[in-house]
Ligand binder design. Structure first.
Ligand SMILES: Nc1ncnc2c1ncn2[C@@H]1O[C@H](COP(=O)(O)OP(=O)(O)O)[C@@H](O)[C@H]1O
Ligand SMILES: [Mg+2]
Length: 144
């Protein structure tokens, strides 16, 4: 576990550029931290770092799930309003979807029993910008 200060959005972009090259199909990023702590912002930076269009990224608070094209498809879930994983599975997030891309889940603790994260990021507000605790990679998926 390491802790990094994300003083501004460029620091978020830098973190995303560190993590993106290590990502493999089937990887899962468990994103936690209070509202406004930077979870969606990190996903946007990650999509950009994977060669996708950051402008496509928005919070799936009401839609629950977004999918973005990039070097690896990114499946972006907001579990904030979910009563556990079965609700999301009903939307089509199953092992097949998760396996060919990268799954990024905000409020991941709400569906923790259904996730096997390769990365855990816990965001928090700070005096300047945000801080994040990072654990990962927690396992290595095969290159495909
Ligand atoms: N490291 C940071 N430094 C400064 N502002 C940030 C940082 N990360 C996120 N923000 C800003 O905080 C606001 C909320 O971020 P967001 O990613 O939507 O939070 P969450 O998804 O955790 O609710 C956005 O306006 C975003 O630009
Ligand atoms: Mg969000």
């Amino acid at each position: 576990m390491r802790r990094e200060v994300l003083a501004d959005l460029s620091a978020v972009a830098e973190l995303a550029r560190l993590i993106a090259p290590a990502l493999r199909p089937g990887d899962q990023l468990a994103l936690n931290g209070p509202m406004g702590s930077g979870k969606t912002t990190f996903v946007r930076a990650l999509v950009e770092a994977l060669g996708g269009d950051p402008a496509c990224v928005s919070s799936p608070t009401f839609t629950l799930l977004h999918r973005y094209q990039a070097r690896l498809p990114v499946i972006h879930v907001d579990a904030c309003r979910l009563d556990g994983w079965p609700q999301l599975a009903a939307l089509g997030v199953d092992d097949d979807i998760a396996a060919d891309g990268v799954l990024a889940v905000e409020w991941a603790d709400r569906v923790a029993e259904a996730l096997t994260p390769t990365w855990r990021l816990v965001f928090a507000h700070a005096a300047v910008g945000r801080v994040v605790e990072i654990a990962g990679p927690l396992r290595q998926n095969p290159v495909r």
